[in-house]
Design a binder for this molecule. Structure first.
Ligand code: SAH
Length: 258
């Protein structure tokens, strides 16, 4: 194992691509000297990034921070990586979840990517009365979240939950978590203003499907004690726009954009 100074000196040979350095989300435990094999990502590493034995890259697993790893063995079936030096300790994004109704026109993949970049902790698909999409591919959502986490510099991948009906979700809701309800009805206060008078704490954002929530659902959401209805202004936003705009407002009022 090379010394820390040798590693510092070789960091310049670290794999880079147009947007930055190569980062991979891995399953292995990361500690100095640990050796592990990656299989799924080895095609990407060897053929897309043109990596060779001896090259360095960054790896993270959502628990042990970010590490510099060296490619000890490069083979088609799998690459052996050796963990060399921790570059950064573990950190997480602010505590906000996105509860969103999957929509037809914009694939949920896109929402998963963008919400991950914006720094969401969990993605919860919700089935409402007007939700048209009946199947959500969780594995694909997760793959999109991983890719976005790798490129955005996050040290965690958002928790991608299985779809749940609105009723069940609200019944089992953790009461200490404020649920910001994106309500295009008109009479709710503007989200940015409303958040100013809220204490810090765990939050979630709820945005509806292309047809919106039906009147009964809307009433049922609004009567819950943990719900805070908000407006995103006078224009009706498409479901994906609403979800992502709400996340941006939250990060600047309560998250890490302040
Ligand atoms: N019911 C609307 C469209 C719904 S827009 C219609 O058919 O006219 C999809 C979702 O985005 C809504 O359910 C809501 O959660 C959110 N949304 C869109 N524009 C919004 C706004 N101006 N304020 C708050 N939420 C909004």
């Amino acid at each position: 194992v090379p010394s820390a100074t040798q590693i510092e000196q070789t960091v310049t040979s670290e794999l880079t691509y147009a947007g930055g350095k190569t980062r991979l989300f891995v399953q292995a435990e990361l500690r100095a000297g640990v050796e592990f094999t990656i299989t799924d990502q080895s095609h990407y590493l060897l053929h897309v990034m043109r990596a060779k034995e001896g090259d360095l890259l960054s790896v993270f697993n959502g628990r042990d921070g970010e590490w510099i790893a060296r490619i000890a063995q490069a083979a088609k079936r799998g690459c052996v990586l050796v963990c060399e030096k921790q570059r950064e300790g573990q950190r997480d994004v602010p505590d906000v979840w996105l509860v969103f109704a999957p929509i037809k026109k914009t694939p949920a993949d896109y929402v998963a990517q963008k919400a991950t970049e914006l720094g969401v902790r969990a993605l919860q698909p919700v089935m409402t009365r007007r939700t048209i999409v009946t199947r959500v591919n969780i594995d694909r959502l997760r793959a999109n979240a991983i890719e976005a986490a790798e490129q955005s510099g996050r040290l965690t991948v958002p928790d991608v939950r299985k779809p749940e009906t609105l009723d069940r979700l609200l019944d089992a809701w953790p009461r200490e978590r404020r649920l910001v309800f994106c309500d295009e009805g008109g009479e709710a206060p503007l989200m940015g203003e409303a958040l100013k008078s809220e204490p810090d704490g765990p939050f979630a954002i709820l945005s509806g499907p292309e047809g919106g929530f039906d009147p009964e659902e809307r009433a049922m959401i609004r009567e819950r004690s943990f719900v805070m209805p908000v407006s995103l202004g006078s224009r009706i936003l498409r479901a994906d726009t609403a979800a992502l705009a709400a996340l941006a407002i939250w990060q600047s009022a309560k998250g890490d954009w302040r």
